[in-house]
Design a binder for this molecule. Structure first.
Ligand SMILES: [Zn+2]
Ligand SMILES: [Zn+2]
Length: 273
């Protein structure tokens, strides 16, 4: 467990690390010239050493400890990992390292159904890996990924078919609280049903942004299109909206694909904790 947990009142958010892979910088920020060297010197953890052409795509899920029971936000890649990516479905080991039993997880929140977020929701035979949990998925993602295929079927939807018949799926389309202080908010574009998770305690807020962000330049330029988004226009609109709100309100932000997941956003860029 390479990352420190973040505590917000009665919530403790523990990053679970599924690994990382180098992804080509050329695919990021289409149509824009980015001074990647500047980002590399400010955020060395965001880039692989000795590789000037890539950034370090980290894959994290988050275990939220709470007196009412553990909540898991995203599930890593599960059995969908493939070489050469060093991302291999380590969630079970990561949970064991912090002494959380999969049986004890009360809620599994899937920000969306791309494979690096939902791949670890179920075993290869479709049986749930968190047998006592309620799985929260926005219905627009459930519908979209029933027919939409990504290259090599890199979606978690196919690994989760068994959940529907078991009655373990919560497809509530509304923005709502899963438990007091923990709410789901629709932030579409990356995928149609993409959600962010908002934790609120007293006057402090932590926003888990799902895949609103992949690279540090997006913090300064949230309206830029990204090749990672299913609907780039809509995604940019919602990225800008949430980044702006987090900046204005001083919220702490949690980014699954950053090597330093917790930080603050501002006009000057990402400021990791
Ligand atoms: Zn995604
Ligand atoms: Zn992702």
């Amino acid at each position: 467990m390479p990352h420190e947990p973040f505590t917000l009142g009665s919530f403790e958010v523990v990053p679970l690390c599924d690994g990382w892979a180098p992804l080509p910088l050329d695919d990021e920020a289409p149509g824009h010239d980015v001074d990647w060297g500047e980002h590399r010197s400010r955020f060395p953890w965001a880039f692989p050493p000795d590789d000037a052409k890539s950034w370090a795509w980290h894959v994290h899920a988050f275990l939220i400890r709470h007196p009412d029971g553990p909540v898991l936000v995203d599930t890593g890649i599960g059995g969908l990992g493939r070489p050469p990516f060093d991302v291999a479905g380590r969630l079970e080991d990561e949970l064991a390292a912090i002494e959380v039993s999969p049986d004890s997880v009360q809620h599994v929140i899937l920000t969306h159904l791309h494979g690096d977020h939902a791949g670890g929701a179920c075993a290869g035979d479709g049986s749930p890996l968190f047998p006592n949990a309620r799985y929260h998925v926005h219905p627009e993602d459930w519908t979209f990924f029933a027919t939409h295929r990504t290259p090599k079927d890199f979606t978690g939807r196919f690994a989760m078919a068994g959940l529907e018949g078991l009655g373990m799926l919560d497809l509530d389309p509304t923005d709502h609280e899963v438990m007091p202080g923990l709410s789901l908010r629709h932030a579409p574009g990356h995928t149609p049903g993409h959600r962010v998770v908002q934790l609120e305690q007293a006057d402090a807020t932590l926003l888990l942004v799902g895949d609103l962000l992949h690279t540090t330049p997006q913090v300064v330029h949230p309206t830029w299109r990204s090749n990672h988004d299913e609907d780039p226009e809509l995604a940019a609109e919602h990225r800008a909206l949430w980044i702006d709100a987090a900046d204005r309100e001083g919220w702490t932000v949690c980014v699954g694909h950053f090597g330093r997941p917790f930080g603050h956003v501002a006009a000057a860029g990402w400021s990791p904790i």
